[in-house]
Design a protein around this ligand. Structure first.
Ligand code: SAM
Length: 326
């Protein structure tokens, strides 16, 4: 069986395996952010495995471990190993800030993770630190380690902030093409403290595309499904770079092909990133005699999945991205 919502097949579950993070990104949970103190009671490995088994029995095939920073979760490699061997699971991917990848890339790949997305918001160490609060060099080493470890896909993610990292876009494109990996440029979404969400900080992908077109020919790759996400990909003819654009705020068709749900670190299914509806799995998890209550919560969450996000409708941030699962 598989789930459908408004004609879209929903077969991708992003699991937040921790809401802890070792960075404090401006656009996510900056230092001054006081609205989220962490889940009191994170899901155990046994609970996560049971959720993935139930999801796979309902037709979910692709899973991404995220957070917070998933590489901070103790025992992550063993968890990946168990999840990757679960019947029905076709792909385990990981989203990370890369700080701990130098040591963990090879073990995660060996455990069965197939893809890794690394956040990289700048190549200037000073700008990188200004955005994330952390050092750049271990992230670059982590990207090299991921490439050596032989993941099927390594992708780089950059959140765009006008006046903060727009001068980094071109160096990031050059870097991604040198490394032979796609770069995805992501519009700032209202998932952080409200003082960051100003029109002055927002940089629309349309503007970036126009700017890039003045320097290079861009060829749309309409059928490129480099992974399972919502990016629209282009090839830059001269540099050969592959750049994906994730325009949740300005692309009116952003939700047309949405295939995902999210599990928060505190055990709630969230059918849409840009919609506050969530439904808790806790009571269903407490019933260890049957998985049927868990299945019922999945069905309910799916029935609640809206046609599109509400980010453009004066959405008020409640949890930062790190507390939902990126
Ligand atoms: N720590 C991991 C990482 O850095 O990739 C995984 C979690 S992080 C929350 C996942 C993704 O969410 C990152 O690519 C991050 O850049 C993105 N993100 C966080 N807050 C965002 C926001 N307000 N708007 C757009 N993207 C955001």
């Amino acid at each position: 069986m598989s789930f459908h919502s408004f004609g879209r097949r929903i077969d991708y579950l992003r699991l937040s395996v921790t809401d802890r993070c070792n960075e404090r990104c401006l656009y996510c949970r900056p230092h001054q952010y006081a609205g989220w103190n962490g889940a009191a009671d994170p899901l155990t490995d046994t609970e996560l495995l049971r959720i993935v088994q139930v999801a796979a029995s309902l037709g979910f095939r692709k899973f991404r471990l995220t957070g917070g920073e998933p590489l901070l979760r103790p025992g992550l490699v063993d968890l990946v190993h168990t999840l990757a061997a679960t019947p029905g699971v076709e792909c385990i991917g990981i989203s990370t800030n890369g700080l701990k990848l130098p040591a963990l890339a090879a073990p995660l790949r060996q455990a069965g993770a197939r893809t890794v997305n690394v956040s990289l918001d700048a190549l200037s160490p000073a700008v990188y630190r200004r955005i994330t609060g952390g050092p750049l060099e271990p992230v670059l080493e982590g990207i090299r380690a991921a490439l050596t470890a032989g993941f099927e896909f390594v992708k780089l993610n950059t959140v765009l902030m006008r006046g903060v990292n727009e001068d980094e876009i071109w160096p990031l494109i050059r870097f991604s093409s040198e490394q032979g990996v796609p770069l995805r440029l992501i519009e700032l979404m209202p998932l952080t403290s409200r003082d960051v969400l100003t029109p002055a900080n927002f940089l629309a992908i349309g503007e970036v595309i126009r700017w890039l077109r003045q320097r290079e020919e861009l060829v749309a790759l309409p059928d490129a499904r480099l992974g399972h996400g919502p990016a629209k990909y282009y090839r830059l003819v001269t540099s050969g770079a592959i750049v994906g654009f994730i325009g949740a705020m300005t692309n009116q068709h952003f939700c047309d092909t949405c295939n995902k749900m999210r599990l928060t670190a505190d055990g709630r299914l969230r059918p849409c990133l840009g919609h506050h509806d969530e439904v808790s799995l806790r009571d269903a998890l407490a019933d260890t005699s049957s998985d049927e209550p868990l299945r019922e919560v999945f069905r309910l969450a799916l029935a609640n999945k809206p046609w599109e996000h509400t980010f453009r409708d004066q959405y008020r941030p409640c949890r930062p991205m790190t507390a939902i699962g990126g």
